[in-house]
Write a protein that binds this ligand. Structure first.
Ligand SMILES: [Zn+2]
Length: 588
């Protein structure tokens, strides 16, 4: 149940091999800088050679930096007290910043290339493989201001934009509530919101409302400044829509986003009877915001690690022998750290080593059905990386909205099988409810976040938005997203949800829902096609780092995701679970 990191670099954080590798990377980084510095914008196609020399070398450095980053991440996760690992972390951050600066300079040179020459350059054999990514880099650089102005923004954002995000974290760290004679951080307290005891949920929710409510003035200040900085930057760049940045980053169109939310809105009413049913099962008339994720019944079914592994491999095999063989290999080669012990980081992740062409999965396995689901989820991520191994590194980068495709797909296979294998109806109901609850989170909770964020940014353009108004906007968005089906809402959610205060990626919400439904759509296709789907699926995964999502769907699924039909198909699959749940709930 523990992973083997020695095949990457032997000796943990004291590794000599790692030491040498970092040194080599630094040399390669210097070489990259010395290639980019004298490089001038190509004036003819013959200069494709020069450009490809840089992109080749760039990919070497990218590979090395991710190899180091992943290794250091694993060291930190397995032992949070490993000081040497933290030192490596800082070293890696420093090298990453150097690399980013070199890339910014490189991108600026691409902007200066004449459009016609650029086109012919990209069709040269040496560059055509990475044409999409290069063209995207150039386009993004074109959308920015000139280098000097962008550098100024970057420098000011350290103590401006990003500082507000950090200030938020500091303020949150100071909040606590007292529950059962114990002092709890707001993070610990939030865990009690999924308690099976309504009294506990209500008490903790009320205390949290008071704790956040007492400080809304501070949080409205951090949020207003952070968003103000963002909007000013957009204004200077001439960007009208706040959705430009997140949509570009996720390589998707506004039309796709609209088609997705519209279809979800069409289907929402189907979930109201479920919410009412859940309320009556929990002994109340209407659910409150803090009841939606409450557990109904419980399953005490446990699977040992070996049983969990065997179950996953068996289910994968029904869809894809290649996926099953990959999972077996990951188990056999100790790619997974699953031991339940103290001193480990919480949570789960999958990280890849593009140079060694290996991946590692981190989690804590205690045998619950949700552990089995997480393990399958992370194996899905690992498989995604596995099929991309042969590609140029530049083509291996995929955005958040497709990042969860393979993981959700893998999780779905196993969750469906778990429902089928349930030993009794109570257990089956609990497993089904878990699936339906997830849909509700993506269709309602995340929709509320999206509605809030779009509306808030519109009002922010006109000036500062008061804490009272933020509470109001949040409550209105939740009412709309949940179709007024709840008794009590969470007005201070804008303050308590970290995602509104993240500065590296704006709109940390719709990509989740996209990923979930996109993967559902693929799963629907897999169920239709059967075993023959495997190769088609692999080809789709391979293209996730070098295409817009609309082109990806058209090429591999033959569908237009700017139209509702694709989303309807995916939602039908979710609704099927819902109906099964409702039918079973009637009989119990
Ligand atoms: Zn994931």
């Amino acid at each position: 149940m523990t992973w083997n990191l020695d095949t990457i670099f032997s000796g943990g954080s004291e590794s000599e091999e790692l030491h040498r590798y970092v040194k080599q990377t630094e040399e390669d980084l210097s070489r990259l800088e010395s290639l980019i510095q004298p490089f001038s914008a190509p004036k003819n196609v013959e200069q494709a050679k020069e450009l490809s020399e840089i992109t080749d070398h760039m990919q070497v450095v990218m590979k090395e930096l991710s190899e180091i980053g992943s290794f250091v991440g694993c060291l930190n996760a397995q032992d949070v007290h490993d000081r040497k690992a933290s030192q490596w972390q800082s070293k890696r951050t420093e090298m990453g910043a150097r690399f980013d600066n070199a890339m910014t300079a490189f991108d600026q040179k691409l902007v200066q290339v004449d459009d016609t020459i650029w086109k012919s350059l990209l069709s040269e054999p040496a560059l055509s493989d990475v044409a999409f990514v290069l063209d995207e880099r150039r386009q993004k650089a074109k959308d920015l201001l000139e280098l000097r102005q962008e550098s100024l923004i970057n420098d000011l954002s350290v103590d401006g934009y990003h500082a507000w995000g950090q200030m938020y974290d500091t303020l949150v760290g100071k909040l606590s509530i007292t529950q059962g004679g114990e002092e709890l951080s707001v993070g610990q307290a939030a865990n009690h919101l999924s308690s099976s005891d309504r009294q506990v949920r209500k008490e903790v929710f009320d205390k949290l409302q008071t704790a956040w409510g007492d400080q809304v003035d501070l949080f409205s200040e951090t949020l207003n400044h952070l968003s103000g900085f963002r909007l000013q930057t957009y204004k200077h760049r001439g960007w009208d829509s706040v959705l430009k940045e997140p949509l570009d980053y996720n390589r998707m169109s506004k039309k796709t986003l609209d088609a997705m939310w519209e279809t979800i809105s069409d289907y929402k009413h189907r979930y109201i009877p479920y919410l009412n049913k859940k309320a009556s099962m929990l002994g109340m008339d209407k659910l409150s915001f803090y009841d939606v994720e409450a557990p109904i019944g419980s399953t005490d079914q446990k699977m040992s690690y070996e049983e969990g592994a065997a179950f996953i491999v068996e289910q994968f095999r029904k869809f894809s022998p290649k996926m099953a063989a990959f999972a077996e290999m990951a188990f056999d080669n100790q790619w997974i750290e699953a031991e339940d012990r103290a001193g480990k980081q919480p949570g789960g992740f999958c990280t890849s080593f593009p140079d060694s062409e290996e991946t590692r999965i981190f989690m804590t396995y205690s045998g619950t059905p949700s552990n089995v689901a997480t393990l399958a989820h992370e194996l899905g991520h690992a498989y995604h990386q596995h099929v991309m191994n042969d590609l140029p590194v530049l083509n291996q980068g995929y955005a958040m909205n497709v990042a969860e495709t393979a993981s959700t797909f893998a999780e779905m296979i196993v969750a469906d099988a778990a429902v089928k294998h349930a030993s009794n109806d109570e257990e089956k109901l609990a497993l089904l409810e878990d699936k339906v609850q997830r849909s509700v989170a993506f269709f309602m909770n995340i929709h509320a976040r999206f509605l809030f964020e779009t509306r808030f940014y519109e009002e922010r353009k006109e000036g500062t938005v008061s804490a009272e108004r933020l509470n109001e906007l949040m409550t209105e968005s939740q009412k709309e997203a949940y179709m007024e089906s709840l008794d009590e809402y969470d007005p201070t959610f804008w303050a308590s949800k970290l995602h509104f205060h993240i500065t590296d990626v704006p709109f940390y919400n719709f990509p989740y829902t996209f990923g979930y439904l996109f993967s559902m759509g693929i799963y629907a296709r897999a169920l239709e096609v059967g075993q023959g789907f495997e190769d088609q699926y692999n080809e789709l995964l391979k293209d996730t780092g070098r295409m817009k999502v609309e082109d990806l769907a058209k090429k591999h699924l033959g569908v237009d995701i700017e139209q509702k039909a694709f989303w309807e198909n995916a939602l039908e699959l979710c609704v099927a679970d819902l109906e099964e749940f409702m039918k079973l709930a009637e009989t119990l």
